[in-house]
Design a protein around this ligand. Structure first.
Ligand SMILES: [Ca+2]
Length: 201
């Protein structure tokens, strides 16, 4: 059983798609200008830029691999490259027999809880309200399960995503142990979390 409790954001683990990373160097340019960062051929969103440091996001849904990260400086010139290992999502657990509960049921008939665990990103659960501290969603996985990652995907509802949450696990639905924190850096298809260590429900 997994419970995700809404809370303020925290940084995701290194190398996970969507996580922020920093490139240090020199002569990037004081402001971004024509500057870019690429993972192989995939463009990375920039969070901040200075002459000696760039913060950027690992592109969403990038498969696990080691990538050449290349930087073009503010004038469009090549400013060097490096390698970066991305730890993407593994194979998802079967969700057969899983059930879900939440502190808020959606006022929208189409946004039922079962949509959260149907492996279909075209359907969704929504709370129908803005995020508040203490909101929760709970998934009963039916039996003990081992996992190390939870992915929340808001599909085409790119503005409706949890800005942060704590993840608790339980074997009886009564005693809960905090296993990880979840965060997402911005509007987008994915927010995901790397629990770091394996837990049973
Ligand atoms: Ca769905």
């Amino acid at each position: 059983m997994v419970r995700v409790v809404e809370r303020r954001r925290a940084p995701p683990g290194p190398g996970v798609p969507g996580s922020k990373f920093t490139i240090t160097g020199s002569h990037f340019g004081e402001t971004r200008g024509l500057g870019t960062v690429y993972f192989g051929g995939i463009h990375a969103d920039i969070a901040s830029w200075s002459d000696t440091s760039i913060s950027a996001y690992v592109p969403d849904e990038l498969p696990s691999d080691t990538y050449k990260v290349s930087v073009n400086g503010a004038g469009g010139q090549s400013a060097g490259d490096s390698t970066f290992t991305v730890n993407g999502l593994g194979t998802a657990l079967s969700k057969t027999g899983w059930t879900a509960k939440a502190s808020k049921l959606s006022p929208y008939a189409t946004d039922v809880l079962a949509n959260m665990i149907d492996d279909d990103t075209d359907t969704r659960y929504s709370s129908g309200t803005g995020q508040e501290s203490g909101q929760w969603v709970e998934v009963d996985m039916g039996k003990a399960q081992t996992f190390d990652t939870i992915a929340l995907d808001s599909g085409s509802s790119t503005g409706d995503y949890a800005r942060g949450a704590d993840v608790f696990v339980s074997s009886d639905g009564t005693k809960w142990t905090k296993a990880a924190a979840l965060s997402s850096h911005r509007s987008g298809r994915c927010s995901r979390e790397d629990a770091g260590s394996r837990r049973r429900d």
